[in-house]
Design a protein around this ligand. Sequence first.
Ligand code: 2AM
Length: 193
Amino acid sequence: MHRQWNWPCYSCGICWSVRPESRRLFFALWPDAQLRVRLAGLSALAARAGGRRVDLANLHLTLAFLGSVDAARQACLCAQAAAIRCPRFTVRLDRFGYWRSSRVLWLGCSSDPPLGLQTLRARINDGLHRCGMVPEPGPFEAHVSLVRKVDRGPRERTVEAVNWPVERFCLVQSHTLPGGAVYDLLDCWPLTP
Ligand code: 2AM
């Protein structure tokens, strides 16, 4: 028989009454319903050239992809996230981008991402290190994936800017299902006003 677990919740709200399992996780900026609709409008525009639009409910901006995380590390990550103090900021999303290798068409920033976003990412990555994890290497491209399985880049790269006032960041679980990814919002932490 498996041992019954009652993992400490910290401020994370994630508790287990059964054996903890690894979860596929990422930190993300999670749009509210209104912003989600605006992003979906842009994904409709971007999908004119073909491809499969990302579901409205799945639109987000990934801050750090964590892969498969066990319960102990998850608790550590939640504690680290709860301790982050970072001021609110606004992300200006104003251009389409395209990755040929992954065939993803995305919405991103034509200029450097705001300092607040860079600060938040740096603090999250510090937290990963403290939990014994290594952040994904390589440069960070702030983006919202809009359309997948796209065969060519968009004709027009510039789009009417979407200003995203960011007041929180979230930990999200990804379920890979035959019909595509499904995301569960596990918890969110506020940025400072
Ligand atoms: P995306 O941000 O370009 O869409 C959950 O899988 C999220 O983490 C997705 O939004 C995905 O890509 C992002 N991600 C970043 N690195 C990843 C990786 N190595 N494997 C899967 N997803 C990754």
